[in-house]
Design a protein around this ligand. Sequence first.
Ligand SMILES: NC(=O)c1ccc[n+]([C@@H]2O[C@H](COP(=O)([O-])OP(=O)(O)OC[C@H]3O[C@@H](n4cnc5c(N)ncnc54)[C@H](OP(=O)(O)O)[C@@H]3O)[C@@H](O)[C@H]2O)c1
Length: 265
Amino acid sequence: MANDSGTVAVVTGASSGIGEAIAEVLAERGHDLVVTARRRERLEALATRLESAHDIAVHVIERDLGEHGGADALYGDVAALGKRVDVLVNNAGFGVYGSSIEADHGRIASMVELNLVALTRLTHRFGRDMLDAGGGRILQVASITAFQPSPLYAVYAASKAYVLSMSTAINQELAGSGVSMTTICPGLTDSEFHQAADHLKPRWMDWTQMSSRQVAEVGVRAMMKRRSVVTPGLVNKLAGWGVKWIPRSWATAITGWIMQGKRSA
Ligand SMILES: NC(=O)c1ccc[n+]([C@@H]2O[C@H](COP(=O)([O-])OP(=O)(O)OC[C@H]3O[C@@H](n4cnc5c(N)ncnc54)[C@H](OP(=O)(O)O)[C@@H]3O)[C@@H](O)[C@H]2O)c1
């Protein structure tokens, strides 16, 4: 796949954190890239860095995927490049922390548009092109919050449960087609996510935290192996395994207690 000048890997949310690290890992593997997010200057700095370090081309597309129609606009931007997309990484996302009923409705709506609507639309449009071309790989970034209801992150966690459920099912539908869909479920990861969600990271959780680079390596490796679901890190794997064995009400209560610890001072 790598160094095929007719193909390109699209990475959403590549201006920071996990998306930026995934772009780096794919660049090291020789993929030409389309990097997209809202902060153009960050994307341009990334493109310059990756093009000078690796023998690849990096295209920058500034897009707000939290706006209705943003995903279709991005699809049009990519189509205009005239390249075949053989890898799609649906990574862009953010969380709204706090009481969901009291939260600003505009922010909730924008989060649903980005985490769920745009991801579904991009999956559908690029996935269909991949099917027509007879091959491709899609990496969906979910979260360990997908495994159980999460008080104070109720809508965010539900959006990630949607991503996990939809993507696992579609991957099954795609069996034998040459197109695969891998879902990664990261736990606490060092990135700008927590600032954007406006909460603290409890100190006692530091030891569970992974770097964006570690998460990116696990995700890209699983996608290349066409695995269906991967959870990076032993603690996160144990958390995902553990919630299967306790009543859902207990899992919800424990998660609520953990989320309470993230309240800003
Ligand atoms: N960090 C964690 O602990 C953690 C754990 C589990 C899952 N995740 C998931 O990992 C993914 C990446 O998050 P991260 O941790 O790397 O956080 P991050 O550093 O805040 O990165 C989020 C990325 O999404 C982009 N983005 C946000 N709103 C956007 C919009 N309206 N339109 C287009 N792009 C937008 C941001 O770019 P711009 O601001 O430039 O647009 C940025 O590139 C998310 O889906 C998140 O839910 C994170």
